[in-house]
Design a protein around this ligand. Sequence first.
Ligand code: HEM
Length: 146
Amino acid sequence: MAYTRAVVRELLRYRPPVLMVPYVVKKPFPITDTYTAPKGSMVVPTTYMALRDPEVYENPDVFDPERYYSGDAEVKGAKNYLVFGTGPHYCLGQQYAQLNLALMIGKASLLLDWKHHPTPKSEEIKVFATIFPMDDCPLTFDYRKW
Ligand code: HEM
């Protein structure tokens, strides 16, 4: 399921479910040459810029699974792919989550005809812990006839 995997990778880059990861500063942490976050403060970095970096992802605002299928996004963006965090607390469920997404997309594509009914708000994003389409993604499903 190489292409399905590419869809999952690109989907998570294009619409990362976790937009920011909060950290408590344990010791003074230099952010720039002139600013150091003091101990006890919170730093809340976002993954957005890394996942939309035009030097790594050409046309970063376009959903294009080919980046991960025929393209070099996996290699070129190895350090940019912060969807599951990085460092000692990186997401322990990342392989499981991505395999489940591929499984769900694969099964749904085999068993169902699905139709998206786009609205003017479909591409607007609602943030409620994670992200949702503003119109709650109106979809209809029918069993596929083989
Ligand atoms: C698409 C789905 C998921 C996304 C986008 C996601 C993303 C993340 C992110 C950004 C972090 C913080 C990493 C950091 O601090 O650098 C994290 C931590 C974590 N995730 Fe996930 N996650 C997902 C699914 C899951 C699943 C399914 C599980 C478990 C079955 C899981 C288990 C964990 C655990 C245990 C941590 C904390 C690890 C630690 O603090 O050492 N995640 N996840």
